[in-house]
Design a protein around this ligand. Structure first.
Ligand code: SF4
Ligand code: SF4
Length: 278
């Protein structure tokens, strides 16, 4: 994790910055001598939307996906939980999804796999090196794609790789991870960390929490929203982000039922009347 932090610093300070109109030379296809070599022994961070696409692609629950295909590194310096794609326990440490013909989950491959060789940096409060979004080239030594005779714009690559499908939901995740709460240096409590993990990565478990706990007795959730999030994972994730904003950042994004709010007020009054412990 520390190495990644160093790389991040290096990128922000030293890598040439590109915008969508800038060009680069690159192609990746089964004919390149390095075909599939990059799908091993690599750190691939998964976004919440990646998890949804992959678990649905594989037809398994989010809990199964998380336990079989991901690792969640513990690092006390990380402000919120992250997950990485787990590599196989073989000599090459290959990705579980790579085969002779390439990526076995190609249509639903993670955002990071689509983006390579491009990286993207976003403005984050408190980081003086990033004031606006920019792209940069990550040139891995083993990658021969840069020797191919194909010049293209950054914007062409993004379209080619289906990155635009990830934008809307990706922006909502960024609004959470780059939230002032984190950039001001606040930390989540252990129970909030768990909640963050459940909302972002364990979609099925979050759905059970919404529908099988007293959640809907405490909060007002419109019928059409409830109907959508019953089956639609992406809508559930968007709803989950609203919930995180309320629960973690104390934002006004959920409506507490009147009777619950009244009970809380009474409880508070009672407490104020009780003699204070010495
Ligand atoms: S998900 Fe696909 S593209 Fe990404 S590392 Fe695995 S095999 Fe390669
Ligand atoms: S190393 Fe580069 S060119 Fe080779 S398969 Fe991976 S991305 Fe494509």
């Amino acid at each position: 994790m520390r190495e990644l932090q160093q790389l991040k610093e290096e990128i922000l300070k030293e890598y040439p910055r590109m915008n969508e109109d800038d060009e680069f030379t690159f192609a990746c296809h089964p004919g390149v001598p390095c075909f599939n070599k990059c799908c091993a022994d690599i750190n691939i961070f998964l976004t919440p939307y990646d998890v949804i696409r992959l678990k649905n692609r594989l037809g398994i629950t989010s809990a199964e996906f998380l336990s079989k295909y991901t690792i969640s590194p513990f690092d006390k310096n990380l402000p919120y939980p992250v997950i990485l794609l787990k590599m196989q326990d073989n000599e090459k440490k290959s990705c579980h999804f790579v085969g002779d013909k390439g990526c076995g989950v190609y249509e639903d491959r993670p955002w990071a796999c689509r983006m390579y060789p491009l990286g993207m940096a976003s403005p984050a409060e408190g980081n003086p090196h990033v004031t606006e979004e920019f792209f940069f080239l990550l040139q891995e030594p083993m990658c021969k794609g840069f020797n191919e005779d194909r010049k293209l714009k950054v914007s062409d690559w993004l379209t080619d790789q289906g990155i635009h499908d990830y934008n809307e939901i990706g922006e909502l995740f960024k609004d959470i991870t780059l939230h002032k709460f984190f950039t001001d240096g606040h930390k989540l409590t252990p129970d909030k960390i768990e909640m963050f993990f459940t909302v972002c990565y364990n979609t099925d478990s979050f759905r059970s929490f919404v529908f099988k706990s007293s959640f809907t007795k405490k909060f007002v959730v419109a019928d059409d929203v409830l109907e959508k999030i019953k089956t639609d994972d992406v809508e559930l994730l968007k709803f989950g982000y609203q919930w995180l904003r309320f629960a973690c950042f104390a934002e006004d994004t959920m409506v507490i039922r009147e009777e619950v709010a009244e009970d809380k007020k009474k409880e508070l009054k009672m407490r104020q009347k009780l003699p204070k412990d010495e």
